[in-house]
Design a binder for this molecule. Structure first.
Ligand code: GDP
Length: 365
C-alpha cells in the first residue's frame, strides 16, 4: 500500500497522492521581459501627458530624474513643449519637522482639495537623501487615502544629486504635472534646513506646520523659516491638546508681529487644526484661497512667479557650470595637485583655485 495511513483502521486520516513539485521560478516570468517599459517618442510623451495619462507622466518624471544625458535631452524637450500648458495652478509648499503630521495633514488636505473637483499632485524634496541616501520623508506610501485616488499623483523626492539638483527636478516635475491637468500642487519638505528655501522658490503659498510644545516652541524654529511662511498652522489641536495649541497660536501670532510686513502685503495668519481628526481643515484651506485672491488682485502673485522663473534660470546655470567644472577630467587632475600644494602650504587657496579655473577655461576654448 502506498500510504499505510489510508488503511481503514486509521479513520479520519487521509493522505492524498501528492502533486509534483512546482517550479520555484514562475515559468511565465520570462514573458514579462516583452512588457518592458515602452519607449515613447517625444510627441507620445506630450500627447500622453496632455491626456492626463499617469503612466506616461510617471515615465516622463523618471526621465527628469535620470542623470543619463540622453534621458535629460528628451526630458528637456518634453518640458519645453509642456510649458505653454502650465501655470494655471496653485502651488503650495508644506514644511514641518518629522512628526509634525505632514503626511497625515496632506492626506486630509488632499481629500478636501479633491472634493472641490481639483486634481492634485504631491511632490517632495527630501534633503536627507543627499548625504545619507536616507530618507526622512520615507518612500512608503504615507498618504493612504490619497494614494488610491484617481485624481491624485504622488511622487516621492528625487534622490540623486545635490539639494539644488533635487529641487530643480521637482521644479521641472511641477511643469509636467500642470500640463497633465493637475491644478493643485503640493510640495512637501522636512523643516530641517536649506530645503525650505528651495521649496519657497517654487510655490505660491508656503505653509509651516508646527506643534504646540512646552511654551518655548518658538526657540527651535529658525527665524528665516518663519519669515518665509505665508501661514503657520498648529497641528494636533485635538483632545486635551486644544488649550496648548491655542496658547502656541498666540505665541506665534505675537512673534509674527515683530517681523516686518512681507513683500506680499499679506499678514501671515496662525491657525490651529487637527489633521488626524480633520478639525479645521476647511479653515486652513480657506486661508490659502483668501491669500491667493489677495495676491492675484495686488499683482504679487505674478511678481513672485516671475522672480521664481528668474531664480531657476540662474540656479540651472550655476548647477550646470559647477557640474561641467567638477566633471572635467583635466580639472579633476589639476584639483588633486592643487589640493596637495595647498595642504603642504606651497600655494594659497586662492592661487590654487585660480589655477584650477584657468585649466577649465582653457579646456572650454
Ligand atoms: P510627518 O513626519 O510630519 O509626516 O508626520 P506624520 O503625519 O507621519 O505624523 C506623525 C505622528 O503624529 C503619527 O503618529 C500621526 O498619527 C500623529 N498625528 C498626525 N496628525 C495628528 C493630529 O492631528 N492629531 C493627533 N493627535 N495626532 C496626529
Amino acid at each position: 500500500m502506498e500510504h499505510f495511513e489510508n488503511d481503514e483502521q486509521f479513520q479520519g486520516l487521509r493522505v492524498n497522492k501528492g502533486t509534483s513539485e512546482q517550479p520555484t521560478v514562475n515559468p511565465y516570468l520570462s514573458n514579462f521581459k516583452k512588457f518592458k517599459r515602452k519607449v515613447y517618442t517625444i510627441s507620445e510623451y506630450i500627447e500622453g501627458i496632455r491626456k492626463g495619462d499617469i503612466t506616461v507622466l510617471g515615465q516622463a518624471v523618471t526621465l527628469i530624474e535620470s542623470s543619463k544625458p540622453e534621458h535629460q535631452a528628451i526630458a528637456q524637450e518634453v518640458i519645453e513643449k509642456c510649458l505653454p500648458y502650465t501655470g494655471d495652478s496653485i502651488r503650495i509648499g508644506i514644511t514641518g519637522v518629522p512628526g509634525a503630521g505632514k503626511s497625515t495633514s496632506i492626506d486630509a488636505f488632499g481629500m478636501h482639495i479633491l472634493k472641490q473637483n481639483n486634481k492634485l499632485a504631491v511632490l517632495a524634496i527630501d534633503p536627507s537623501s543627499e548625504l545619507s541616501k536616507g530618507s526622512i520623508l520615507g518612500d512608503k506610501t504615507r498618504m493612504e487615502r490619497l494614494s488610491v485616488e484617481r485624481n491624485a499623483f504622488i511622487r516621492p523626492s528625487p534622490s540623486a544629486g545635490s539639494l539644488g539638483g533635487v529641487a530643480r527636478k521637482t521644479r521641472e516635475t511641477i511643469i509636467l504635472c500642470e500640463a497633465a491637468g493637475f491644478n493643485r500642487i503640493i510640495v512637501e519638505t522636512v523643516g530641517v534646513g536649506q530645503s525650505e528655501t528651495a521649496v519657497h522658490s517654487m510655490v505660491d503659498f508656503f505653509l509651516l506646520i508646527q506643534l504646540a510644545g512646552t511654551g518655548d516652541e518658538l526657540q527651535g524654529i529658525k527665524r528665516g523659516i518663519m519669515e518665509m511662511a505665508d501661514g503657520i498652522v498648529i497641528n494636533k489641536a485635538d483632545g486635551n491638546n486644544i488649550e496648548k495649541a491655542r496658547l502656541a497660536q498666540s505665541h506665534f501670532q505675537n512673534a509674527l508681529h515683530l517681523f516686518p510686513l512681507p513683500e506680499s502685503g499679506w499678514t501671515p495668519k496662525v491657525l490651529t487644526y487637527s489633521g488626524y481628526y480633520e478639525i479645521g481643515i476647511d479653515e486652513v484651506w480657506n486661508m490659502i484661497d483668501e491669500y491667493i485672491d489677495f495676491v492675484k488682485k495686488n499683482g504679487y502673485f505674478d511678481h513672485r512667479r516671475n522672480d521664481q522663473s528668474r531664480y531657476w534660470m540662474y540656479e540651472t546655470i550655476n548647477e550646470r557650470l559647477k557640474n561641467d567644472f567638477y566633471n572635467n577630467a583635466a580639472v579633476q587632475k589639476e584639483l588633486k595637485i592643487c589640493e596637495q600644494q595647498v595642504l603642504n602650504s606651497q600655494i594659497s587657496s586662492f592661487a590654487a583655485a585660480n589655477k584650477a579655473l584657468e585649466v577649465f577655461q582653457k579646456q572650454e576654448k
